[in-house]
Design a protein around this ligand. Structure first.
Ligand code: NAP
Ligand code: COA
Length: 257
């Protein structure tokens, strides 16, 4: 649970893609615990159902509907169902993503394309569909989950780094185009977040080499998103909040003592 007051999101409806597992699930739970009705979507209906049951036991209203974010029509159906069942859509968190570590020489054309399709095009599809169906008329708030890679070279993650940098750019463009309509668009860039699929895919050996001050939790991520979608962030637009314990700015990693 966060330190924010309960019910600060009362009356709002929040869509979280990738909301049945990992970071997305904690974001969904946290927004729900603060009063929002929650819509979660991803490909695997069994994961969505399990998360929905957990949330409902905690008193959170939840719609769990499968879609592949690469498919605009499927995404439009989820958004239409959210609006029909919950009466609107105020918050969108784009968290669905895919990754596998591989150097470019072992990354096929389709492997690169697949990750860009899920992360960057998926974010565009959901953002555009939500804008058209509701946010354009009513305002709202979008948070894109990226990674703190935009200005770096990132070995074995060419696809993820390129896609997430694209999402950062899209975030800023949406922010300036839609500010006059009362829509804020920001991003949150996680560093090393423990107990997640992302970290698991990087391997346990990487885990032990990371200083504990640079290991965050899923709740750390959810708290940053909660702040951005709350009214306390009403004048914050087009920014990226890095939630990485400072890892990305420690360029030389020199021992202090
Ligand atoms: P995760 O649990 O695997 O989350 C990814 C989610 O995306 C899953 O729920 C997955 O569900 C969904 N998804 C994948 N492809 C999809 C598609 N085509 N359509 C719809 N949903 C799809 O991994 P995580 O580590 O928590 O990552 C969450 C976010 O944080 C991602 O955006 C990731 O890039 C970002 N991130 C994580 C870390 C970290 O330390 N873990 C670091 C930097 C950035 P289905 O399989 O059911 O579709
Ligand atoms: N190493 C190299 N290439 C890989 C790979 C790996 N570990 N895993 C997949 N690929 C390649 C495949 O070989 C395929 O390319 P090809 O057609 O040239 O052979 C391409 O990537 C697409 O794979 P496919 O399994 O068909 O894609 P998908 O759409 O079913 O799944 C992934 C997408 C690959 C990203 C899958 O790992 C996934 O669903 N991830 C979601 C969860 C996740 O990644 N969580 C962490 C988020 S940070």
């Amino acid at each position: 649970m966060s330190d924010f007051k309960e019910n600060i999101l009362k009356g709002r409806v929040a869509l979280i893609t990738g909301g049945a597992t990992g970071i997305g699930k904690e974001i969904a739970r946290t927004l729900g615990k603060h009063g929002a009705k929650i819509v979660i979507t991803s490909r695997k209906q069994e994961n969505l159902d399990a998360a929905r049951q957990e949330f409902e036991k905690e008193g959170i209203k939840c719609l769990a509907m499968s879609s592949d974010v690469r498919n605009p029509e499927a995404v439009e159906k989820v958004i239409a169902a959210a609006i029909k069942d919950f009466g609107g859509l105020n918050i969108v968190v784009n968290c669905a993503a895919g990754m596998f570590p591989a150097p470019i020489e072992r990354m096929s054309y389709n492997g690169f394309k697949t990750v860009v399709d899920i992360d960057l095009l998926g974010t565009y599809n959901v953002t555009k569909a939500a804008f058209t169906a509701h946010l354009k008329e009513h305002g709202g708030c979008i948070v894109n989950i990226t990674a703190p890679f935009e200005h770096w070279g990132v070995s074995t993650l060419a696809h993820v780094a390129a896609a997430k940098a694209g999402i950062e750019s899209l975030t800023r463009t949406c922010a300036v185009e839609w500010a006059p309509l009362g829509i804020r668009v920001n991003s949150v860039a996680p560093g090393f977040i423990s107990e997640t699929e992302g970290v698991k895919r990087f391997g346990e050996s990487q885990d032990v080499s990371v200083d504990k001050s640079l290991k965050g939790t899923r709740q750390d991520m959810a708290n940053a998103v909660l702040f951005l979608v709350s009214d306390s962030a009403r004048f914050i637009n087009g920014v990226c909040i890095r939630v990485d314990g400072g890892a990305t700015i420690d360029l030389l990693r020199m021992p202090v003592v």
